[in-house]
Design a protein around this ligand. Structure first.
Ligand code: GCU
Length: 669
C-alpha cells in the first residue's frame, strides 16, 4: 500500500518490459566528473531512482571509452549561447551515444538529474534527448510557519517536521527526504520558522540546531533562512530598545549575523514581518520599513545574504479599506531600500482568499525587487479536507497584467525582474508540510507543493501540464486515469470558489479558525476581521464598492486595470463583488439577476463536488487502494461541507435579499 511518504519521487518498477529495456540500454552506467557534495547527491539520486524504476542497480563507472551511459559534469565555462543556462540551469544532451547532464554549477547538474528521472517517471523516450532549462526566478523559497514548540501556524498536516528538541544531536533522516523533494522541483531556499517569529532561533543554542538542518540541505543546493523577531535586541539581547537607528541595536544585529555565518557559512538571510498584526517593528520607534530593512541589510554586510521584508501590513486602528494599506505604506518607500532587500508581497491585497485580484503593489514599485508570496497551505481553501489544486490560483496571479510598463507587464514578469530589470528576484510559498506520514495531510495537497516549485522554476508552465506530470509521477501512468485526475484537479479550485465565495465574495469564513462559513460575523477583534465588513450585504444588494463612490482602492491600479474592473456591467463576474456593490435584482451578463446567479453558483458548485466524486470513482482500478480510499473519504467530507457552505451562505444572504431560491434548486431542507 502507498502511504504517500515518497511523494512524487516514487521510482516504482516500470511494468512494461520493453520500455524498461529501452531505458536500461541508455543507462548502463553513471559517470561523474568531480566529487562535490551536490554532485554526489545527483549521482545518488540517479542510482536510487534508476534502481527502482528499472529493477536493477546501475553501476558507477568512468565514461572512458564507453557508451550507453549517463555522464554528469559541471562545466563552468560551457558555451551556453549567451549565458542562457545561468548558474542553476541544466542541459541534457546526447553525446557520443551517452546522455550528458551538464550545468555551470553542481546545482544545475542536480536539477538536470531530477529532470532526467522525471523523463523516465513520465515514460518519455530518451533517444536523442535534448533538454535545457533555466529557472526564471532566482530565490525559490518555501516559508515554514513553524514554531519552536513544534506547532505550525495554519498547518494542517500534523506538527512541524523540525524536531528542535532532538537537534542538533539527532538529525531525523526525514530532513534529507524533504531536501530531495524540494531539490527535485528546484526549490533552493527554506525559511525554517514562522513569520510570527520567536527570537529563540538567534540564540547560540538554537543556532547549532539550525546549522544541523542546514548541513542536510546544503548537498541539495538549498540554503536556510530565518524569520526574525524585530524586538530580539530587547527580548534576548538585553538592550533597552530595538530602534533600527540606535548604534547599539545595529551592532547587536551585526554581531548576531556574524554568529550565524560562523555556524552556517551559506546562510541565506532574513524574512521579516514587522508592524503587522501586533508584531513589533521599526514604526514602534517612529522609523519606517526601509529603515528597518536597510539596517538588516547592513548587518549582512559582505555576507551573501538577503532581506525579505514583508508588505503584509495593516494598521492597528485603521478605519480605511485594508485593501489599500500595504500600498499606502510601501509605495512611498520605493527606491529607499538597500540593494540586498526584497519586499515580499502576498498575491492579493487581503489575505490568501480563494480568489483575489492581484496585489496593487505589483507594478507599483519599479525600483524594488518584489517577492511574490503565495500560500500553499490551505488556510482559506478547506485545510486538508478539500481537494483544491492551487496551480490555477497561482497562475491567475502570475498571468495578471499590471500594465505598469505597458501591455504584457504581468505579475510574473514583474517578479522575475524582466519588467524593471532587477538583478535579484524571488518567489515564496507558505508550506503545507507537516509531520503526517504523507507530509501534507490531504494526499492531493502534495500536488500543491509540487506545482509551486515547478512554477517558481518556470511560471510559463501550464496548470494542466503540471497536473498531468505530477499525476504520472505520483498516482498512475495509465493515460485515461491521468486525464481524468488532471481534469478534476484543474477544475477543483473554481469549484471550491463557487460553493464558498462566488462572484468575488471574500473573507466570509469562520472567525479566527478560518474554516467553514460565517457570513453573519459582525463583531470580532477588529471590524476588518468580520465578514459583514467585506460582503456589505444589505437590503439593496451585495459587495464592496471599491470604485470612486466607495473606498476607491481600484485607483491604485494602472488605468487599463481600472477599466477592466471599474464598470459593474463589464467587470468579470469572478471579480464583481470585490469592486462593486450590486443590487440583488440587477441582471448580470449571464441573464440571471445577482441573487439568482449567487444561488446558481452555490448550488452548481456544490453539485460539482458530486461530479468530483464520480470522476475519482472512475480511476479506482488504476490507483493504489490506500490512496484511493483516503481521497474518497475526504471527498465525501468535502461534499458535506460544500452543502454546509451553500446553505449557510444562501440562507444568510436570503434574509437580506428577501428573494426566493430560484428553480430548479430546491431550498435547503
Ligand atoms: C494570515 C494568517 C496568520 C498569519 C498572517 C501572515 O492572517 O491567518 O496566521 O500570521 O496571515 O501572513 O502574517
Amino acid at each position: 500500500a502507498d502511504d504517500g511518504y515518497r511523494l512524487w519521487l516514487k521510482y516504482d518498477l516500470i511494468q512494461d518490459a520493453a520500455q524498461r529495456k529501452a531505458y536500461l540500454n541508455a543507462a548502463k552506467f553513471i559517470a561523474v566528473s568531480g566529487n562535490g557534495p551536490v554532485l554526489q547527491s545527483a549521482a545518488r539520486e540517479l542510482q536510487q531512482g534508476l534502481k527502482g524504476l528499472l529493477g536493477q542497480a546501475v553501476p558507477m563507472a568512468s565514461a572512458q571509452g564507453k557508451s550507453g551511459g549517463i555522464i554528469l559534469s559541471v562545466e563552468p565555462t560551457a558555451n551556453d549561447s549567451g549565458g542562457a543556462l545561468g548558474k542553476e540551469g541544466y542541459r541534457i544532451s546526447t553525446d557520443k551515444n551517452n546522455i550528458k547532464i551538464t550545468g555551470k554549477t553542481e546545482a544545475g547538474v542536480l536539477y538536470g538529474a531530477f529532470a532526467l528521472l522525471r523523463q523516465l517517471q513520465t515514460r518519455q523516450p530518451l533517444e536523442k534527448i535534448a533538454l535545457a532549462s533555466t529557472p526564471k526566478i532566482e530565490y525559490r523559497m518555501l516559508n515554514h510557519w513553524d514554531n519552536p514548540d513544534g506547532t505550525v501556524e495554519r498547518g494542517y498536516a500534523g506538527s512541524s517536521i523540525w524536531k528542535w528538541y532532538e537537534l542538533p544531536e539527532r538529525v531525523d533522516p526525514r530532513y534529507r527526504d524533504y531536501a530531495r523533494a524540494n531539490a527535485s522541483i528546484g526549490i533552493n531556499g527554506v525559511v525554517i520558522n514562522n513569520v510570527n517569529a520567536s527570537a529563540r532561533y538567534l540564540t547560540a543554542e538554537y543556532l547549532q540546531k539550525v546549522a544541523a538542518v542546514a548541513n542536510v540541505m546544503r548537498p541539495y543546493g538549498i540554503r536556510v533562512y530565518m524569520s526574525v523577531l524585530w524586538a530580539a535586541p530587547k527580548t534576548i539581547g538585553g538592550l533597552t530598545t530595538s530602534d533600527p537607528l540606535d548604534p547599539k541595536v545595529r551592532q547587536w544585529w551585526t554581531d548576531r549575523t556574524n554568529d550565524i555565518y560562523k555556524a552556517i557559512p551559506d546562510f541565506g538571510g532574513f524574512l521579516v514581518k514587522a508592524n503587522s498584526e501586533g508584531e513589533p517593528g521599526p514604526q514602534d520607534y517612529g522609523r519606517n520599513h526601509a529603515d528597518g530593512a536597510n539596517m538588516l541589510a547592513e548587518a549582512l554586510g559582505s555576507h551573501d545574504g538577503i532581506v525579505m521584508w514583508r508588505a503584509f501590513v495593516y494598521k492597528a486602528n485603521s478605519n480605511g479599506d485594508r485593501f489599500k494599506e500595504a500600498y499606502e505604506e510601501f509605495k512611498p518607500l520605493d527606491g529607499k531600500f538597500a540593494p540586498k532587500v526584497l519586499v515580499q508581497v502576498k498575491n492579493g491585497p487581503i489575505d490568501f482568499q480563494s480568489r483575489e485580484p492581484f496585489h496593487p503593489l505589483f507594478g507599483a514599485m519599479p525600483k524594488t525587487p518584489l517577492v511574490l508570496e503565495v500560500q500553499i497551505t490551505q488556510e482559506y481553501l478547506g485545510f486538508a479536507t478539500h481537494l483544491v489544486y492551487e496551480a490555477p490560483l497561482f497562475k491567475e496571479c502570475l498571468d495578471s497584467d499590471t500594465y505598469s510598463k505597458g501591455k504584457g507587464s504581468t505579475v510574473a514578469k514583474v517578479v522575475d525582474g524582466t519588467v524593471d530589470q532587477h538583478r535579484i528576484s524571488g518567489i515564496a510559498g507558505v508550506a503545507n508540510i507537516g509531520s503526517d506520514r504523507n507530509w501534507t495531510g490531504h494526499p492531493m495537497g502534495q500536488a500543491n507543493w509540487y506545482a509551486f516549485g515547478r512554477l517558481a522554476w518556470d511560471h510559463e508552465l501550464s496548470s494542466q501540464a503540471i497536473a498531468e506530470e505530477w499525476t504520472r509521477m505520483t498516482i498512475t501512468t495509465e493515460p485515461k486515469s491521468v486525464r481524468t485526475i488532471a481534469d478534476l484537479m484543474v477544475k477543483s479550485r473554481d469549484i471550491y470558489v463557487r460553493y464558498t465565495t462566488p462572484l468575488g465574495l471574500h473573507h466570509i469564513m469562520g472567525e479566527s479558525v478560518h474554516y467553514g462559513p460565517q457570513p453573519w460575523l459582525a463583531k470580532a477583534g477588529r471590524p476588518d476581521w468580520t465578514a459583514v465588513y467585506y460582503h456589505k450585504a444589505d437590503a439593496q444588494g451585495l459587495g464592496f464598492d471599491r470604485t470612486a463612490t466607495g473606498s476607491n482602492a481600484l485607483s491604485l491600479y494602472a488605468p487599463e486595470v481600472q477599466k477592466q474592473w471599474g464598470n459593474p456591467q463589464t467587470c468579470a463576474l469572478d471579480y464583481l463583488l470585490w469592486f462593486h456593490h450590486v443590487g440583488w435584482k440587477q441582471p448580470l451578463s449571464t441573464g440571471r439577476t445577482l441573487w439568482d446567479e449567487l444561488c446558481y453558483r452555490y448550488y452548481t458548485g456544490t453539485d460539482s463536488v458530486t461530479w468530483m466524486q464520480k470522476q475519482w470513482a472512475q480511476v479506482k482500478p488504476n490507483v493504489d487502494p490506500e490512496l484511493f480510499a483516503n481521497v474518497e473519504g475526504r471527498l465525501q467530507k468535502q461534499y458535506k461541507e460544500a452543502v454546509w457552505w451553500r446553505d449557510a451562505c444562501v440562507l444568510y444572504f436570503q434574509t437580506l435579499a428577501q428573494q426566493p431560491i430560484p428553480k430548479p434548486f430546491s431550498p435547503p431542507t
